[in-house]
Design a protein around this ligand. Structure first.
Ligand SMILES: O=c1[nH]c(=O)c2[nH]c(=O)[nH]c2[nH]1
Length: 339
């Protein structure tokens, strides 16, 4: 006989949902329909007393993955964070729902990706005629946020992974220990200078030249965690309450962009470290932060063959390659004071 020892989880993956929130009309412009949109991709995996379903084909305790999917949509409708714009809060609602409704579930693993729908700024164009040519050039006059139209600003996503584990006896007041990481994914950035890679290790296998100036392009994944989070339902005691997740997300994204842009990078490794160090200095609540920064290479195209200079200060034409890329990652935390 065999036995299950790990990874006993099942549930629904890639559940896609869009939620539209209708805001109350503005008395000054009641005809405008002010709305908010949130698009999420959700995975919910359950663990618990399910060995019999794997080992004995006994489905009596198996909450169908179809029910899991329905529950995601039902809670999206009923959420007390109605816009779903803070995915950490929706993840907690999902986790608490499954743990409180099904006493044989011991742990709920929720993964949410929130897609980057950004409100469109519309502009009123006033055509201006050029006196010499008579051509009409559009010049902008006013810009305003559109009440209900959005564009996908990028493939970057806000991500949350929450594992809620029951710490109380089934049937008693529910206490939960959460492991929570927030993050951002696929933040694709590029700088055309202000990046170098020099004085690296060399051996007979090395062909890479010293690079005093290069393109730096990467697709950033960052995740950060908050230390232990514990909640006893109904007690008013929850570590979750005091955390401003939107502030952390906006802050980490902005710090990442600022340091990427402003720091003269001697290597991807050092830029990664500087971003992490800044996040930990600015946000005491963040216990550790992890990054994955693929180094997406763009090589100089050899135009010398055609008598065209394309090196050093005259380097202008490059060819970006999808594969292979460098892969630079690290998890960073505060140094412990020595006792
Ligand atoms: O920033 C870099 N780090 C590396 O480790 C590396 N290796 C490489 O070939 N190019 C680069 N660039």
């Amino acid at each position: 006989m065999s036995t299950i020892i790990a990874n006993q989880q099942y549930g629904k993956d890639k559940v896609r949902l869009v939620k539209v929130t209708r805001l109350p009309p503005d008395p000054a412009a009641p005809h405008l329909k002010h709305q908010i949109v949130t698009e999420l991709t959700v995975r919910v995996l359950l663990s618990g007393d399910f060995d019999a379903s794997y080992e004995k084909a006994d489905n009596s305790l198996v909450v169908p993955t179809d029910t899991v999917k329905n529950t995601i949509y039902i809670l999206a409708k009923k959420s007390s964070n109605p816009t779903l714009q803070t995915p950490e809060l929706f993840a907690r609602e999902l986790s608490l729902h499954f743990l409180s409704k099904y006493s044989h579930i011991s742990s709920v693993d929720v993964l949410i990706e929130s897609h980057n729908w950004t409100r469109i700024q519309t502009t009123t164009f006033s055509p201006v005629s050029s006196s010499s040519t008579g051509t009409a050039f559009p010049t902008t006059t006013t810009t305003k946020e559109h009440p209900h139209s959005f564009y996908r600003a990028g493939e970057d996503k806000r991500v949350v992974r929450l594992v809620g584990t029951r710490t109380s006896e089934p049937g008693k007041t529910l206490s939960v220990r959460y492991t929570l990481t927030s993050g951002l994914k696929d933040l694709y950035v590029l700088k055309t200078t202000g990046s170098s890679f020099e004085n690296f290790h060399k051996c007979e296998n090395t062909t890479l030249p010293e690079m005093a100036d290069r393109i730096f392009s990467t697709n950033i994944d960052a995740t950060w965690s908050y230390g232990p989070l514990i909640e006893t339902v109904g007690s008013g005691k929850s570590h979750y309450e005091g955390l401003n997740f939107d502030k952390f997300f906006a802050g980490v994204k902005q710090m990442t962009l600022d340091i990427f842009a402003n720091h003269d990078s001697p290597s991807v490794q050092n830029t990664l470290y500087r971003i992490g160090d800044t996040v930990l200095k600015c946000f005491r609540e963040v216990a550790e932060v992890s990054f994955v920064l693929p180094n997406k290479h763009a090589f100089l195209y050899d135009l010398e063959r055609f008598g065209l200079p394309n090196k050093g200060d005259e380097a202008e034409v490059f060819y970006p390659v999808a594969d292979p890329s460098g892969y630079i990652s690290a998890t960073i935390t505060r140094k412990q004071a020595h006792l």
